[in-house]
Design a protein around this ligand. Structure first.
Ligand SMILES: Nc1nc2c(ncn2[C@@H]2O[C@H](COP(=O)(O)OP(=O)(O)OP(=O)(O)O)[C@@H](O)[C@H]2O)c(=O)[nH]1
Ligand SMILES: [Mg+2]
Length: 234
């Protein structure tokens, strides 16, 4: 297997839907999930590049592994549940520090999942998309409530992250481009999320390649050393 060209990591509290988002994108379905143990990864070919996408465990007991998974990451998806404010708070309190091992120019996306459970999601007609024949989880009817976390709260967190990382707003993608509301259940915005990130990491891959010292020796331009009379090389 070829070494991945880039790495994207999903972080966030348990139960916010990290595994479901990844399965929705990679397998185009919404299966029953079990709480992740440690981590797992998928490999996605995007154009001619291999991108690894790491799913991590949100459970407290696996917290120590988070920074290991983030090592060298080109992008991190910080995931919360729009129906649980605390899951957004946890991103700042518990997960942001884990990203210190990521690449220095790491991108951040902030993703509020489970919008299908909100009144707003229902009004936006997201239920229509979910009637797929492959639906095998979550097809129970859920009571709807107003969203507990607004998109502006995610935008505010994005701006805090830039400060924490000492990044200039002008040098990174705009908050509006990097804050998403999704539903792994209906598929709402899931392709947009992953594919926006893939398109943003490709130039990073190209830049890394350009900066990497070349180990290739051009033998056609190599001249053999001149021989001296004594037979030693000059
Ligand atoms: N209604 C709805 N339920 C969802 C959505 N995404 C995930 N779920 C449900 O939420 C529960 C947790 O989903 P997971 O994907 O396992 O959550 P996780 O973030 O991977 O959790 P950990 O692995 O423990 O960190 C499951 O019952 C999912 O079916 C969504 O968009 N809408
Ligand atoms: Mg999981």
């Amino acid at each position: 297997m070829r070494k991945p060209d880039s790495k994207i990591v999903l972080l966030g509290d348990m139960n916010v839907g990290k595994t479901s988002l990844l399965q929705r994108y990679m397998e185009r379905r919404f299966p029953d999930t079990v709480s992740t143990v440690g981590g797992a990864f998928y490999l996605k070919q995007w154009r001619s590049y291999n991108i690894s996408i790491w799913d991590t465990a949100g459970r407290e007991q696996f917290h120590g592994l988070g920074s290991m998974y983030c090592r060298g990451a080109a992008a991190i998806i910080l995931t919360y549940d729009v129906n649980h404010r605390q899951s957004l708070v946890e991103l700042e309190d518990r997960f942001l520090g884990l990203t210190d091992t990521a690449s220095k120019d790491c991108l951040f996306a902030i993703v509020g999942n489970k919008v299908d459970l909100t009144e707003e999601g229902a009004l936006a007609g997201q239920e229509k998309e979910e009637c797929s024949p492959n639906m095998d989880a979550g097809d129970r009817v859920s009571p709807r409530a107003p969203k507990q976390v607004q998109l502006e709260d995610a935008v505010a967190l994005y701006k805090k992250i830039l400060k924490y990382k000492m990044l200039d707003e002008e040098d990174v993608p705009a908050a509006e481009q990097m804050c998403f509301e999704t539903s792994a259940k209906t598929g709402y915005n899931v392709d947009l999320l992953f594919e926006t990130l893939f398109d943003l990491v490709v130039p990073m891959i190209l830049q890394q390649r350009a900066e990497r010292p070349s180990h290739t020796v051009d033998i056609s331009s190599h001249k053999p050393p001149k021989r001296t009379r004594s037979g030693c090389c000059a």
